[in-house]
Write a new protein. Structure first.
Length: 130
């Protein structure tokens, strides 16, 4: 499992927490997970990244968008209304790690040092009894 968590694994961790710890029904959990998307604006993206174990800045997001879409100008006005899909967030994480934009959060450091912790959550989420 890759840390910071990619969408599939992060959703599995959230699914486990919502179903097992909170007691939310599976169907309601799936609706809640799906309702996060698209993420609109940098604050939503940065919060999502933080939950996955990665800390980044608005400037990091802007640099990624300038890299991926060089024909566009990414001022604050455009960045504020940008819509991010799960795939785009995963692509950002791949790019950010490879280019040194951002860093692991304290929880991200723990997950990377002890991958058995998030892996156990993912396995619980995929278990038949979920």
């Amino acid at each position: 499992m890759k840390v910071p968590l990619r969408t599939r694994d992060y959703n599995a961790v959230l699914r486990t927490a919502l179903c097992k710890s909170v007691g939310l029904a599976v169907v309601d959990t799936e609706k809640l997970l799906a309702s996060r998307w698209p993420l609109i604006g940098p604050e939503a993206v940065l919060a999502e990244l933080f939950g996955r174990g990665w800390e980044a800045s608005k400037d990091d997001l802007r640099a990624f968008l300038e890299y991926g879409f060089p024909e566009e100008t990414w001022g604050d006005d455009k960045l504020a209304v940008g819509c991010w899909s799960p795939k785009l967030v995963d692509l950002f994480l791949d790019w950010a790690e490879s280019t040194g934009h951002g860093q692991l959060t304290p929880m991200g450091q723990i997950m990377r040092a002890k991958p058995s912790v998030p892996t156990a959550f993912v396995q619980m989420a995929r278990a038949e009894g979920n």
